[in-house]
Design a protein around this ligand. Sequence first.
Ligand SMILES: Cc1cc2nc3c(=O)[nH]c(=O)nc-3n(C[C@H](O)[C@H](O)[C@H](O)COP(=O)(O)O)c2cc1C
Length: 202
Amino acid sequence: MNNSESIKIPATDYPVHPIIASRWSPRAYDSKPIEKEKLQRIFEAARWTASSNNLQPWYFLVGLKGDEVYRKITATLVEFNQLWAVNAPVLVLAIAKTTNSGGDQNRSFSYDLGQAVTTLSLQAISEGIHSHQMGGFDASAAELAFEIPEEYKVLVVFTLGYLGDAGILHPNLQKLEMSPRSRRPVSETVFTGSFGHQADFL
Ligand SMILES: Cc1cc2nc3c(=O)[nH]c(=O)nc-3n(C[C@H](O)[C@H](O)[C@H](O)COP(=O)(O)O)c2cc1C
């Protein structure tokens, strides 16, 4: 296990499945490409996500390091994200169809796309592949660059890749890579009776 990996396993309030505990968002990636079979399984996992009316509003545009799609996705990232994301062997645009088959707005498009990305990120970590989502990119530029139709929106860019050595990062990013993950306690998140009233089972 790489140094950053052991630091990132959280001290959970209650025990959770190791796959959940071991997902985190690294910025240092190894240059090793991801095997085709792993990519197939990662995107297959997303396919089986629940969605409102089974509309499956998720779509993914995948760039492999060295190809034109990857280069164009990189160009849409804010400078901070470009600094580290260019180490990842795979960059993906996560796209949602915002309308249903009748052309009306699907109120769940972003919720459902988010769930699909979570599903694939858990399949990925079960395969030893890390992911890191980014909202820091120019969505309009991405939509233009890839001729994405009007009723679709790019909501997030994410990396996929094997964990690399934190030493490849800028010193400020190394600090983030080596610091523990934190979360609000479950007791401040799960309520009964009324909002803010801690659930009795906790
Ligand atoms: C919608 C979304 C947007 C994010 N945008 C960025 C980003 O632009 N740059 C970045 O470095 N991390 C970004 N992150 C990563 C979060 O900062 C990270 O998930 C959070 O700090 C929790 O850390 P963990 O994923 O390691 O548990 C984003 C995450 C999500 C879900």
